[in-house]
Design a binder for this molecule. Structure first.
Ligand SMILES: N[C@@H](CCC(=O)N[C@@H](CS)C(=O)NCC(=O)O)C(=O)O
Length: 420
């Protein structure tokens, strides 16, 4: 990159000949910044309350501070408006200062947060912790209250969440503690990622992936089970990297780039991985139930996935709600439940590729309305899903990586040196 500056002090003219790539790089950097994991950023909560209040606050806020992209989030029991995505505390504090007191018509206190910490309006001393459940500032003395449970409830939200929701929060907290105990930073510090990257073989396969994509999850599960370490490139679906599209123009994840071939289908990746080595005996090939296994996964990927998408995103399909599709999807889940009431896993006593291929989709379905899912008479299915979500494997598979960009230092999947 070359940038040259000529100053003509006499005339007071300055000509800057800027390499055209600089603008492109700056745009790219801006985009990267936007995509970086929110958990590493500071945001400002400007509203917390009911839905209509949230819309109102969002509208009002956008008219003055549209650049800070106020977005609506739902965290039981409140709708919240979060604005900005600031890299440093200083930046967010400056932004907070600009949010005038007049806007305190918004219910509650405006504050900056980076997961756990907040400050009050106008930078008055107001440092306090947030409840990890409702993310509202903890009232004084909250921690001594019977209604306080770390990660689960505080006196403010205790009566607004059901026991099922509290149980969900307990699980989340437990996962977080397990990860912490294993020194597995949820966001993965750079130094740590670099250390693990050193474990990558020179010709490691490259896996383009997206953390929450169920197809990518199943591929990562298989790669982990088969002991295949890859260079992981986390992508943003809204901005797929050129290098990925160059090898796989269809633009879906996962994509596994090998020395001599590119695998663009999650099931092909699973097959390939199982052919390399199968230390956990995940393969059903050659067994009497192989055809059933393939048929079950096919049913998941076709009918069930269609219902899942419509249940989850009815708006995208012009549906008033997703309830009919929930009912249809539930037929498949009942079928799985019957299987799981006979054996611990879908194809027998041990977890195999079929469980890995289907569990990420059941997870998505369950999370669309956890209370509803938990209320169904599907104990075996619920236990199967919970033990998956509580496993170390799951924690590894769901490790958070920064969005990859061309030129970034390679990062390893798995992110934990001891895994595989
Ligand atoms: N049949 C493919 C489906 C993969 C797929 O649809 N992945 C989604 C993410 S969950 C995707 O990449 N969609 C592209 C997009 O949303 O732009 C596979 O099994 O790998």
């Amino acid at each position: 990159m070359i940038a040259s500056t000529y100053c003509f002090s006499q005339e007071g003219n300055i000509t800057i000949n800027q390499d055209k790539h600089i603008t492109v790089l700056l745009d790219l950097k801006k985009e990267m910044n936007k995509n970086e994991a929110d958990s590493e950023r500071y945001k400002i909560q400007v509203y917390s309350g009911n839905r209509s209040g949230a819309y109102e606050a969002q509208k009002e806020f956008s008219s003055s501070f549209g650049d800070w992209n106020p977005s609506m989030q739902y965290e039981t029991p409140n709708f919240k408006i979060w604005a900005g995505n600031f890299r440093t505390r200083l930046e967010s504090d400056r932004a907070l200062k600009k949010i005038k007191k007049k806007q305190s018509m918004w219910k509650g206190e405006c504050f900056v947060f980076d997961e756990r910490v907040s400050v009050g309006h106008g930078l008055l001393p107001g440092q306090h912790e947030l409840c990890r459940c409702c993310r509202e500032p903890l009232p004084p003395g909250a921690k001594a209250s019977d209604m306080f449970e770390l990660g689960v409830s505080c006196p403010r939200c205790h009566d607004h969440t059901s026991e099922v929701q509290k149980n969900g929060a307990r699980e989340r907290q437990k996962q977080w503690e397990i990860a912490k105990a294993r020194h597995m930073n949820h966001i993965g510090t750079l130094q740590r990622q670099e250390r693990v990257a050193a474990l990558l073989p020179a010709d490691a396969p490259v896996l383009y992936s997206f953390r929450r994509c169920p197809y990518a999850m199943r591929a990562r599960l298989a790669l982990l089970s088969c002991g295949i370490r890859c260079e992981l490139r986390e992508i943003a679906l809204s901005q797929k990297p050129e290098s990925m599209l160059a090898v796989s123009p269809k633009g879906t994840v996962p994509v596994l780039v090998l020395k001599d071939q590119v695998l663009e289908e999650s099931l092909d990746i699973i097959n390939w991985a199982l052919h390399q080595s199968d230390p956990q005996s995940w393969s059903t090939a050659g067994t009497a139930t192989h055809q059933d296994a393939v048929a079950l996964v096919h049913q998941c990927d076709s009918e069930f996935k269609q219902h899942l998408d419509r249940y989850k995103y009815p708006n995208r399909y012009d549906l008033p709600d997703g309830l009919a599709n929930r009912q249809q999807g539930a037929l498949f889940l009942s079928q799985l439940n019957v299987k799981l009431s006979q054996t611990a896993c879908l194809m027998g006593p041990a977890w195999c590729w079929v469980d890995a291929a289907i569990a990420p989709f059941v997870r998505q379905f369950a999370r669309t309305d956890r209370a509803w899912f938990d209320a169904q008479a599907w104990k075996p299915l619920q236990n199967w899903l919970t033990s998956f979500e509580e496993s170390e494997t799951y924690a590894e598979v769901m490790h958070k990586y920064k969005v990859w960009h061309q030129g970034a230092k390679p990062v390893s999947y798995p992110a934990t040196p001891s895994m595989n």
